[in-house]
Ligand binder design. Structure first.
Ligand code: NAD
Length: 247
């Protein structure tokens, strides 16, 4: 579905991001994964190469809170692969603090990664996509962007903002044939969820109509579809991949 396409995946070293990288590669894309540290990027690249030695993949570790670093990394990807067709804005951190104990600097940190990096990466790739005649941006939001959550208010606030960026950039960039969509994972089996108490995860799973939490690969499949030409008339969509979770 992605033969000949070039993609950037942020937060591509583990969890949902790594699943997106693997799915994009399996569908024929070349992929640049962005991680936070050189060691984790190299570890992810080694794991991919061990299973698929011919994979067309590279890795970089720009500070996603810094526009200049992102722009430089995006230009490096373009120089390496010749173009950029797909951006998966996936890197993100969650939060659980109560507002009573919440250090404002910690709030800013969540917003800086979850919101600003989405804007920075989109800003850096948009001119390249426009020049090429189009592209697809897919943002990782969350089911909490529909419901909020009872603590860690920065996290749902940041994901509401991701939906807002998705809807707005879809309207702004449609004329340049750049589609912008968001995927809203429900509870998905990654490190982010492994950090939660098991009883909490089991309790949540028992309330999900499909009776279980999601797998990263199931979220990645939605990215493949939205990134592909099969979704050529879909933009501004907010697609839940959550087993119909109702909070
Ligand atoms: P994860 O913690 O396993 O992975 C997060 C990724 O983001 C990692 O690759 C990490 O390197 C990257 N990252 C974190 N901080 C970074 C920083 N400062 N700079 C650069 N990269 C950084 O989490 P995950 O569950 O795979 O989450 C991926 C995305 O999915 C996030 O945006 C998250 O909000 C969203 N999400 C996850 C779930 C879930 O249940 N797992 C549910 C809804 C949404």
């Amino acid at each position: 579905m992605l033969k000949g396409k070039v993609a950037i995946v942020t937060g591509g070293t583990r969890g949902i991001g790594l699943a997106i990288v693997k799915a994009f590669l399996a569908e024929g894309a070349s992929v640049a994964l962005f991680g936070s540290r050189e060691e984790t990027v190299n570890k992810a690249l080694e794991a991919i190469k061990a299973k698929t030695p011919d994979a067309s993949v590279m890795g970089l570790w720009p500070n996603l809170g810094n526009y200049a670093e992102i722009e430089k990394a995006v230009q490096e990807v373009k120089a390496h692969f010749g173009k950029i067709d797909i951006l998966a804005n996936n890197a993100g951190v969650s939060a659980r603090e109560s507002i009573y104990d919440y250090d404002p600097a910690a709030f800013d940190k969540v917003v800086n990664l979850n919101v600003n990096s989405v804007f920075y990466c989109a800003k850096a790739v948009a001119p390249i996509m426009r020049e090429q005649g189009g592209g697809s941006i897919v943002n990782t939001s969350s089911m909490v962007s529909l419901y909020g959550q009872p603590s860690g208010c920065s996290y749902p606030a940041s994901k509401f903002a991701v939906n807002g960026l998705t809807k707005s950039l879809a309207r702004e960039l449609g004329k340049d044939n750049i589609r912008v969509n968001a995927v809203l994972p429900g509870v998905t089996r990654t490190d982010m969820v492994a950090a939660l108490p098991k009883e909490m995860v089991d309790r949540i799973a028992s309330t999900i109509p499909l009776g279980r939490v999601g797998e990263p690969e199931e979220v990645a499949n939605a990215f493949v579809f939205l990134a592909s030409d099969k979704a050529s008339y879909i933009t501004g969509a907010i697609l839940s991949v959550d087993g119909a979770t109702q909070v």
